[in-house]
Write a protein that binds this ligand. Structure first.
Ligand code: GLN
Length: 486
């Protein structure tokens, strides 16, 4: 008997297409799996069982009528910072604990139009601020590879839902690494698309010049299918680019013979676990065997400044974006103060958790008169330097390859008290958001029994190149076939 909850999207699609399984059966299997593993992993904030089964029924009717696309009838999970009409969208914050959006995010509209079955919403670090999902104001999510460890963050719930067989695929958001780092920690595939490729309409904003939505899946083929469904211009997001979306599945098998791949040395940072560096070297050697020309001597000298730049720009934008939570329009509202100002103060005091407050304070400080030039403006200038270094590198190389994270998943609680240690978890992923280029993380081995991810970076809108490299590597290795034993 086939275990439905271990199928990839493309495998499930074949069974749906040939009517060997119905979407209702598939959805029931996933809902059952959710009931079984959720008490151990705690990945989901909301499960919409009835709605999912109704959606599955509609998808079955659609399949029966011959109208089927690769996502029709496929059960999925959405990170809880993307608006779902009529379904609570919490951002894992007390501030939005009871917020029910009156509209769907663009990506949700697109998934619904494709006939995908949305089963629920995934836990995350509050307002996507964090790298471990420990900053969720609701509960901590556990890594299915080792329940004492974090799944990464902030899209930890989304990554776990795929790794633990709770969903065939998931959506996450990535501002500085929040799709790729949890993908790496949970041994799944995660893509941060080029800034502007996927509409942010209906994504609760964290840092608007860095945020992008992307897929988390079991393999590269699924990732391409999901990107096909969500990419494309949307007039409701002024930063979404009118770029013609290719069929990302069409390029997968093109191979990497002769492809020029650079290895930027700054990404093998001090403090990187030697086992991670070793796994990466083996993975890169594999790319060479597959015909790529590897240059080990690439330098992106501004890389060490990326962390500082990110922690000026992201909190600055966050402090502006989060000013809207005033207890008046929506979300948590404290009403017992002596006047409006006190209510607003208390709303924010009780509604936001400590990391969110830290970011608001950092951002407000960096933007304040007298400090703006020294911090925010300076950070923007360095951002330009970082972007130019990537542009220059992509004149010589088709892709750059780095580790996704300097470490394997760490223990729950290990870094919670030390924000700088936590921030360092994203040193390899932050520069990519700063430059706005796309990057994918794919399973690339294990160190001490825990997953290691490889990050492949391309120039703006070169997702096809990323998929080619990722697919070639995946086909030559078995890592993506290992499932967490839970
Ligand atoms: N970990 C980084 C942060 O805390 C990135 C988060 C993200 O990509 N949303 O800001």
């Amino acid at each position: 008997m086939i275990n439905h909850t271990q199928l990839t999207i493309h495998e499930a699609h074949k069974l749906l297409f040939s009517k060997q399984v119905s979407s209702v059966e598939l959805t029931r299997s996933y809902l059952e799996r959710i009931r079984k593993v959720e008490p151990q992993v705690h990945a989901l904030v909301t499960v919409i069982e009835e709605q999912a089964l109704q959606q599955a029924q509609q998808s079955d009717a659609r399949i029966a009528s011959g109208d089927i696309n690769p996502l029709t009838g496929i059960p999925m999970i959405i990170k809880d910072n993307m608006c779902t009409k009529g379904v609570r969208t919490t951002c894992s914050s007390k501030m939005l604990a009871n917020f029910v959006p009156p509209y769907d995010a663009n990506v949700v509209t697109k998934l619904n139009a494709a006939g995908a079955v949305i089963m629920g919403k995934a836990n995350m670090d509050e307002f996507a601020m964090g790298s471990s999902t420990e900053n969720s104001a609701l509960f901590v999510t556990h890594n299915p590879w080792d329940l004492d460890r974090v799944p990464g963050g902030s899209s930890g719930g989304s990554a776990v839902s795929v790794a633990a067989g709770e969903a065939a695929g998931a959506l996450g958001s990535d501002t500085g690494g929040s799709i790729r780092q949890p993908a790496s920690f949970c041994s799944v595939v995660g893509l941060k698309p080029t800034y502007g490729l996927v509409s942010r309409y209906g994504l609760v904003a964290f840092a608007s010049s860095l945020d992008q939505i992307g897929p988390l899946t079991r393999d590269v083929t699924d990732c391409a299918l999901l990107l096909n469904a969500i990419a494309g211009h949307d007039y409701r997001d002024s930063t979404s680019v009118p770029y013609p979306v290719p069929d990302y599945s069409a390029c997968l098998g093109a191979g990497i013979k002769g492809m020029r791949i650079g290895i930027p040395k700054e990404y093998f940072v001090a403090g990187m676990q030697p086992e991670v560096a070793a796994a990466m070297k083996t993975a890169i050697a594999q790319l060479e065997t597959l015909g790529a020309k590897i240059d080990w001597d690439v330098s992106l000298p501004s890389t060490p400044h990326a962390l500082a730049v990110y922690y000026i720009i992201a909190p600055s934008e966050a402090s502006a974006n989060l000013a809207r939570y005033d207890g008046v329009k929506y979300g948590y509202s404290h009403k017992e103060g002596a006047n409006m100002w006190e209510d607003m103060e208390k709303t924010r005091q009780f509604g936001f958790g400590p990391e969110v407050k830290r970011r608001i304070m950092l951002g407000t400080y960096a933007l304040s008169a007298g400090y703006y030039d020294a911090y925010y403006l300076k950070a923007q200038k360095v951002r330009t330097l970082i972007r130019r270094e990537f542009d220059a590198a992509f004149e010589k190389y088709d892709a750059l390859v780095t580790p996704t994270s300097p470490t394997v998943p760490f223990k729950i609680g290990e870094k919670a008290a030390d924000p700088i240690q936590m921030y360092l978890s994203d040193v390899c992923t932050l520069p990519i958001n700063i430059a706005g280029v796309p990057a994918i993380s794919i399973p690339a081995g294990f160190a001490n029994g825990l997953p290691v991810g490889m990050q492949i970076i391309g120039k703006h809108f070169a997702e096809e190149t990323l998929f080619r490299v990722a697919y070639a590597y995946e086909q030559a290795t078995e890592w993506h076939k290992r499932a967490a034993k839970i």
